[in-house]
Design a protein around this ligand. Structure first.
Ligand code: ASP
Length: 363
């Protein structure tokens, strides 16, 4: 006897619907099913299933690219219209270099922590970003630098705050993670530790830069505020994810103030199976909202994707509180996450086709 799968499916479905809804009138879904069941498609189960799978597969109208490394150069209010041609070119070129060197290292089998370090070192050595050499001034006319790193493979982390003479704070954060039983070192103790682990020191004058000095003196109007922190997230060949962030803080911050960047879970978070994130913006809001962990937690304990969670935290939660900023990340499969509620956030990644994508504002 030839048994028709379509007939069986219809009968099974009808019996389930009748069982569940017997005392109640049919819902519009039931009616839709019954009217569909009379069409030709429903009488051809293979074709129906194929169309169903195809429709679901095509449902995401905006698939996110994947990448092995992504970086940011700080959320803020300086669009390309307000940059000189040279500034824009150099900003893009530095981000490109940072991505390419980091990506090369990953392609050669390097770890995600090393890739984050390479990417951030290049951004720290540029005057175009508020980290390392380009760090802003405190209200006292000094420079105090913060940085952090997190390794998603073993959820180990390292952070430093209030550094005044270390050239590349991200290196010091990595040293804390890898060579100390601690997570967070500050001030003189952090510097002494960094020097003991071979980190390069520089005088405070190394961080002097005329533009930053003018910002400090003029105390730029809020609207023009450029945050400028740098950050990177990488995923290596073994699927291990790391995230790092480095900053000079906020222009004219009170000396001694520490922002979100070195606070694990606020400015930086990474965990294999969840993703990696680096934030930028008005640090106090990111600390109060434990922003990067808040994003990760929505994935860990809920059903959100990292991208949806990032949108919720940045574009709804923080934005509603007046917390300006942005976040970049890679999810467990390397899917790119980018959200910012300011008008600009220099950023870039190398996509799975090997193309380097660099953007500055809403472009
Ligand atoms: N988040 C940094 C801070 O508050 C500033 C920035 O992102 O530029 O220190």
């Amino acid at each position: 006897m030839k048994v028709k799968l379509g007939t069986l499916l219809r009968e099974f479905y009808s019996s389930q619907v009748l069982k569940k809804y017997a005392p109640q009138p049919l819902t519009s879904q039931d009616k839709l099913y019954f009217s569909l069941s009379k069409t030709k498609i429903m009488q051809r189960p293979t074709l129906f299933l194929f169309l169903l799978v195809f429709t679901i597969a095509c449902h995401n109208p905006n698939p996110k690219p994947t990448a092995s490394v992504i970086v940011h150069g700080g959320a803020g209010y300086v669009t390309t219209d307000e940059m000189t041609e040279q500034e824009e070119e150099e900003t893009r070129a530095t981000i490109e270099k940072s991505l390419q060197k980091s990506n090369e290292h990953l392609a050669n089998g390097g770890t995600s922590v090393e890739a984050v370090q390479i990417a951030i070192n290049i951004l720290e050595d540029s005057t175009h970003f508020n980290a390392g050499k380009g760090s802003v001034f405190t209200s006292a006319g000094t420079h105090e630098l913060d940085a952090s790193i997190m390794n998603g493979e073993n959820v180990q982390a390292g952070a430093v705050a209030g550094l005044t003479n270390i050239k590349n704070p991200i290196d010091a954060a990595i040293a804390v993670m890898e060579h100390s039983p601690h997570v967070f070192l500050i001030g003189k103790g952090a510097e002494e530790f960094a020097v003991a682990h071979g980190m390069e020191t520089v005088p405070q004058s190394y961080f002097y830069n005329e533009d930053r000095y003018n910002e400090h003196i003029e105390d730029l109007h809020e609207k023009n505020k450029k945050f400028g922190t740098v950050g990177a997230v990488a995923i290596d060949k073994n699927g291990n994810i790391a995230a790092g962030t480095s900053t000079g803080g906020m222009t004219n911050k009170r000396f001694g103030r520490v922002g979100d960047v070195p606070v694990i879970g606020a400015g930086t978070y990474a965990e294999n199976g969840v993703g990696g994130l680096s934030a930028t913006g008005h640090g106090e809001y990111f600390i109060r909202n434990v922003a990067t962990y808040d994003i990760a937690a929505q994935v860990k304990y809920g059903t959100s994707t990292l991208d949806e969670a990032g949108y919720h935290t940045l574009m709804e939660k923080l934005k509603n509180q007046g917390g300006d900023g942005g976040v970049i990340g890679l999810d467990k499969d390397g899917k790119v996450v980018i959200h910012f509620n300011t008008v600009a956030m220099p950023r870039g990644y190398i996509n799975d086709k090997g193309e380097t994508v660099v953007k500055i504002d809403q472009e």
